[in-house]
Write a protein that binds this ligand. Sequence first.
Ligand code: AMP
Length: 112
Amino acid sequence: MADCLFCRIVRREIPAQIVLEDEQALVFKDVSPQAPTHVLVVPKRHLGSLSASTDADASLLGHLQRTAARFAEREGLTSFRLVTNNGRGAGQSVEHLHYHLLGGRAMQWPPG
Ligand code: AMP
């Protein structure tokens, strides 16, 4: 999508600290990190949120989780949190599906 922030990062129109990339996914550092490791795992193809996905996206969704796991393994993270905020009420501020991968500190539960 032309004016989507994360689509623009995928197209390299906006700078980001990219840490992993393949044909379907991009992983880059969150600009406002909430943990020593805080990256965003996004599909290169625009998808507004998890709720916007369909059964046709099942393979892509699985790939994003595998990408997160590959990144964590590469970074030596055995404990980490992978979370997506779906919808404004859950805290979603960018309408392009993204998984937050947070690690490097103890996590609390339940999240706020
Ligand atoms: P959410 O609030 O769950 O939609 O998450 C959006 C995340 O994107 C937030 O954690 C922001 O800090 C992060 N963010 C916003 N703009 C950028 C950017 N230009 N580069 C990297 N991360 C960003």
